[in-house]
Design a binder for this molecule. Structure first.
Ligand SMILES: CC(C)(COP(=O)(O)OP(=O)(O)OC[C@H]1O[C@@H](n2cnc3c(N)ncnc32)[C@H](O)[C@@H]1OP(=O)(O)O)[C@@H](O)C(=O)NCCC(=O)NCCS
Length: 156
């Protein structure tokens, strides 16, 4: 299988991006409403601190992997920047073929280019090994407070 890792483009949202993300969690049904979908896409693509990388399967031309890098400007550490990795997913049926590795390595490269002094992410214990293989180490603990009762049940 050969695939290309690149920044997301608008057409990817209609070409397997949400199916890929659904291997991570519930994507939600707002994307059946074109207006709501375009609103979210516009907000994300309009924010230069929000970098989404996708993997495109060169045979089917479908999106088979994605992850997001959020760049946070800090006051501390001499006004340094922190990279946050979010929403990492390889499409169901395409796991274990190096897609996740290539996407995360691309985000690490981009975080360096952006001048980030560290990258952080939250993950389930069952995928910690994946990140350790890519050079991440366990540090601290994650804390969480659920605020939206409507969505709490599906985001557990
Ligand atoms: C976790 C996930 C992103 C990994 O992506 P992937 O494309 O399957 O990973 P890769 O094929 O690039 O794997 C890279 C290495 O990590 C290992 N690895 C992948 N997932 C692993 C896991 N869950 N546990 C242990 N090792 C894992 C692979 O075996 C491979 O090791 P190797 O190079 O020694 O052979 C993918 O399985 C996925 O989308 N899972 C569901 C969503 C999810 O949990 N996302 C993470 C949110 S924090």
């Amino acid at each position: 299988m050969s695939f290309l890792v690149r920044k997301i483009t608008e057409k990817d949202f209609d070409n397997g991006f949400f199916e890929t993300l659904s291997n991570l969690t519930v994507v939600g049904d707002i994307y059946s409403n074109d207006e709501l979908k375009r609103d979210v896409i516009g907000k994300v693509l309009g924010d230069q601190n929000y970098i989404i990388i996708v993997a495109e399967d060169l045979e089917s031309k479908k999106i088979i992997g994605t992850a997001t890098l959020l760049i946070e400007q800090k006051f501390i550490h001499n006004g340094g920047k922190v990279g946050h990795i979010e929403d990492v997913a390889t499409r169901k049926g395409f796991e274990g073929r190096g897609v996740g590795r290539k996407i995360i390595n691309e985000l690490i490269k981009l975080a360096r280019e952006q001048g980030c002094y560290k990258i952080i992410l939250d993950c389930d214990a069952k995928v910690a090994k994946f990140y350790e293989k890519l050079g991440f180490a366990k540090k601290g603990i994650m804390m969480r407070m659920d605020l939206n009762a409507k969505f709490g049940a599906i985001y557990l």
